[in-house]
Design a protein. Structure first.
Ligand SMILES: Cc1cc2nc3c(=O)[nH]c(=O)nc-3n(C[C@H](O)[C@H](O)[C@H](O)COP(=O)(O)OP(=O)(O)OC[C@H]3O[C@@H](n4cnc5c(N)ncnc54)[C@H](O)[C@@H]3O)c2cc1C
Length: 539
């Protein structure tokens, strides 16, 4: 039996201190009369590599800060299991992500609205992106400069990435200086969540400045194990306190808000008896509400990474030499510039694979480095990576529960490449990457194509290479889908169906994945959820 902790009752208990959870903690505790508790399964963000942008390569796969999920064997990937990192620390995945700041396409949000989600169209959410943002670039109507989230136009340049840009232009793609501006199409430099050479995670931007508020209690190393209900009203949360090794409970007189991410939130709902009744029964969980949509509708961006050996020096060369490494460290220590201040990718391309699509359906991430496995060292030769992902996959996967013990990770079935359109789009993406590489100036810098390699030419061979080598670009979404009716888990105010005083606010609520990276949208969801919770409080 869980024992009550000594902290008393809170108005709001937020579960998960990630991208969306940190926003909620900040905005809800802005009212001094409102007692807010934030529960985070991971620890505080004290690992110094979290805050140095290049630390991205050091934090992934570390169980102290990464959940280190693995998918099940996926038929679309020739039955490979792949790693799915997720942040397990204050800041959540925004503390270990690649720092790329992308909002998606206005059409993404307009589609959400057309699905019946009033208040989620582009005109509704655009002000929230601006409200969140503290843009270090030139002021203009598309960016905010007073928000908590530091965003900077890519601070570093690498010649090989600029060559890729020029080759893309020579291949007929338009240069776009601001893909978060009037339109997304084209090629340009990334904007990044970096402030003064340091990572601006959601914890740094939103939590740190307010952590001393007396009405905000942040509990770390506590893993929520279920939501407590009284007559289908959420009244609190049970959790394992890793410090005391005990099960405790915390009470919410207002609401419980799950912000545990696209794996954690559906998992917690199922542990709490909300999900497919048969599935829950089979794990010995007493169903509270039969809601089969929980855990379904899983969507992710699959990336295929083309690697080209080149004549130019790349990061691969930088890390080979001790002398060079010391110089880089000295530059960062003195000025917070240079390769240690770099995000995962430098250059981006949003493109269409054909005239049949109205808006870009693929995205390129161009990186002045290459590796067999991200986060486990780079190649010993000079090379760059041209990674391509499909922006709006049709394939749908699932997160399913395997035990009633929260410490047993759920199964993840991504079901990549399950439709003809998804397979075709990825094949076309690889062809576009090769086409760009055939244009000058890049063509004259490339020594050879290392991956997939010259012997892979036919569509069948390209698809097989995609299946054998592709990996996640870390954007799982959709598992607590927002919408109308039985196919959804939450309504447009993020309230979980058929219970009261319980919301979900994180990437899991996306009805369809956005056409871009998902951190900025997660933060926007946190902003939107905060507004709705506060508005309902007024009522
Ligand atoms: C390696 C990597 C690279 C990425 N690169 C980029 C990028 O460059 N740009 C970009 O836009 N996006 C990127 N993303 C994706 C982006 O960071 C995420 O989509 C976003 O942070 C998700 O926000 P969220 O609030 O939904 O969940 P998260 O930020 O993952 O937060 C969920 C939080 O809940 C906690 N939690 C889970 N279960 C429990 C529980 N039972 N009890 C208590 N706490 C719990 C977790 O520990 C975590 O802190 C990347 C992600 C990863 C992992």
């Amino acid at each position: 039996m869980a024992r009550s902790n000594e902290l008393g009752e809170f108005d709001y208990v937020i579960v998960g201190g990630g991208s969306a959870g940190c926003v909620l903690a900040n905005r809800l505790s802005a009212d001094a009369h409102c007692r807010v508790a934030l529960l985070e399964a991971g620890g505080r963000d004290i690992n110094p590599w979290i805050h140095i942008p290049v630390g991205y390569f050091k934090t992934m796969h570390r169980p102290a800060i990464d959940w280190c999920f693995m998918t099940e064997a996926d038929p679309g990937l020739n039955y490979r299991r792949i790693e799915w990192p997720r942040g397990k620390v204050l800041g959540g995945s925004s503390s270990i992500n690649g720092l790329l700041y992308v909002r998606g396409q206005r059409e993404d949000y307009d589609r959400w609205r057309q699905m019946g989600n009033t208040g989620w169209g582009w005109e509704d959410v655009f002000p929230l992106f601006k409200k969140a943002e503290n843009f270090a670039g030139e002021a203009n109507e598309y960016h905010g400069q007073e928000g908590p989230l530091g965003v900077t136009p890519a601070p570093d340049r690498r010649p090989i990435c600029d060559d890729w840009l020029q080759s893309a232009v020579n291949a007929g793609y338009e240069r776009n200086p601001d893909y978060n501006g009037a339109r997304q199409d084209g090629v340009g430099h990334f904007q990044v969540t970096i402030r003064n050479g340091r990572r601006c995670s959601a914890a740094v931007g939103y939590l740190r400045p307010v952590k001393h508020r007396p009405n905000l209690k942040v509990l770390t190393k506590v893993q929520a194990s279920r939501v407590l209900f009284e007559n289908k009203r959420a009244i609190g949360v049970c959790y394992f306190n890793r410090s005391s090794d005990q099960e405790e409970l915390i009470r919410a007189k207002g609401e419980v808000i799950l912000a545990s991410g696209s794996i954690g939130s559906p998992h917690l709902l199922m542990l709490s008896g909300i999900g497919d009744s048969d599935q829950l029964h089979s794990q010995g969980i007493e169903p509270l509400v039969h809601l089969p949509a929980v855990g379904k509708n899983l969507q992710d961006h699959l990336q295929s990474r083309l690697v080209f050996k080149c004549r130019d020096q790349t990061i691969n060369d930088d890390v080979k030499s001790l002398r060079r490494r010391l110089l880089i460290a000295a530059e960062y220590a003195a000025f917070r510039t240079g390769p240690m201040s770099m995000a995962a990718s430098f250059v981006v391309g949003f493109m269409r694979t054909g005239d049949h699509v109205a808006t870009p359906d693929i995205q390129f991430h161009v990186q002045p480095w290459s590796a067999d496995s991200i986060g486990r060292g780079v190649h010993k030769f000079s090379a760059f990576t041209s990674s391509v992902c499909q922006l709006r996959p049709e394939s749908r996967g699932e997160v399913s529960i395997v035990s009633k013990d929260v410490r047993d990770a759920p199964e993840i079935h991504p079901h990549y490449l399950a439709t003809e359109n998804d397979r075709r789009t990825m094949i076309e993406g690889v062809k576009i990457a090769r086409n760009i590489a055939s244009f000058k100036p890049l063509a004259s810098k490339i020594v050879s194509e290392y991956q997939p390699g010259d012997d892979i030419q036919s569509d069948d061979d390209i698809l097989d290479w995609i299946r054998n080598t592709s990996t996640t670009i870390y954007h799982p979404t959709g598992t607590c889908r927002m919408g109308q009716g039985q196919g959804s888990v939450v309504d447009e105010r993020l309230r979980v169906r058929e219970v009261s005083h319980l919301r979900v606010a994180d990437c899991s609520i996306m009805p369809e994945i956005v056409s871009g990276n998902t951190n900025a949208p997660a933060i926007m969801i946190g902003e939107k959820a905060s507004e709705m919770v506060l508005a309902d409080r007024q009522r």
